[in-house]
Design a binder for this molecule. Structure first.
Ligand code: SAH
Length: 244
């Protein structure tokens, strides 16, 4: 399984690129396959997920690998972060089949989005997906309370989709129970792609619009500050050593 990073061709690692180039069969969600068309080779078989859903896609990849095929499944970002790596292992364990499985890491959205914003993740952070398709909303709320209370910087994945519209403002409400309204919030959409955009706001003024499935939202901790349109969370150097 190869993570192809956030979108830009030069953020695909050489190892992920090699895994795609050397595959006999490449499987993936259409959007991700579109991002790697330049690396596909003429003789390769390409299976896109417009033909298959997630579980079927992973099952098919395992089946093909079991029968000796060299299969590479592509995922956006990192395959082990809110992506297919877990499901592939779950299915392999369930079926008692074990073709060799290699996970090639990728640049995750939290890294690429943090880089666009400046340095918001320099101290402890928690990552929470707001998608309640596979996780009960009560569990997500519990984690939001815990992370907010413990003063973690909070990365919000899957903040909003066409059908799931209320979660992001509910999350904001929960975090506001523990943090002041002026806490910085950074929003990055389509990091490293041609339509990349970033916006800084505060918990109080955080816009509901402009946030969709291509967006990652990062909420600062009690020490996070903004400077020259960047978002920065100090690690503590100033307190310990002074900065002159
Ligand atoms: N495996 C991926 C995450 C998939 S979940 C990874 O490691 O990054 C999908 C969510 O990831 C999106 O809803 C969005 O919150 C985030 N995301 C993925 N790519 C992004 C990008 N280029 N810019 C901003 N957010 C992104």
């Amino acid at each position: 399984m190869a993570g192809i990073g956030p979108g830009a061709a030069d953020l695909i690692t050489p190892r992920a690129r090699l895994a795609i180039e050397q595959a006999e069969i490449v499987i993936g969600y259409r959007t991700y396959l579109d991002l790697v068309t330049d690396f596909l080779k003429p003789g390769q078989k390409v299976l896109s997920s417009s033909m298959m859903q997630e579980i079927d896609r992973c099952r098919k990849a395992l089946e093909l690998a079991e029968s000796g095929g060299r299969v590479t499944m592509v995922c956006g970002g990192d395959p082990g972060i809110y992506a297919m790596a877990g499901l592939v292992f779950e299915l392999a364990r369930r079926n008692g089949c074990s073709p060799p499985i290699e996970i090639v890491p990728g640049v995750a959205a939290l890294s690429s989005c943090a880089a666009v914003l400046g340095a918001p993740l320099t101290h402890d952070f928690a990552s929470i997906s707001l998608s309640d398709l596979l996780t009960p909303w009560e569990t997500i709320e519990k984690r939001l309370h815990a992370a907010a209370q413990a003063d973690f910087v909070i990365v919000l994945y899957n903040p909003r989709s066409k059908k799931r519209t209320s979660q992001i403002m509910r999350a904001r409400g929960i975090i506001l129970g523990y943090r002041p309204g002026e806490t910085p919030v950074g929003m990055v959409s389509s990091a490293s792609r041609t339509d990349e955009s970033m916006r800084l706001s505060t918990l109080e003024d955080m816009p509901d619009e402009d946030i969709d499935m291509r967006t990652t939202v990062i909420v600062g901790n009690s020490r996070t500050f903004t400077w020259q349109n960047r978002m920065i969370t100090p690690r503590g150097y100033r307190d310990k050593y002074g900065l002159g």
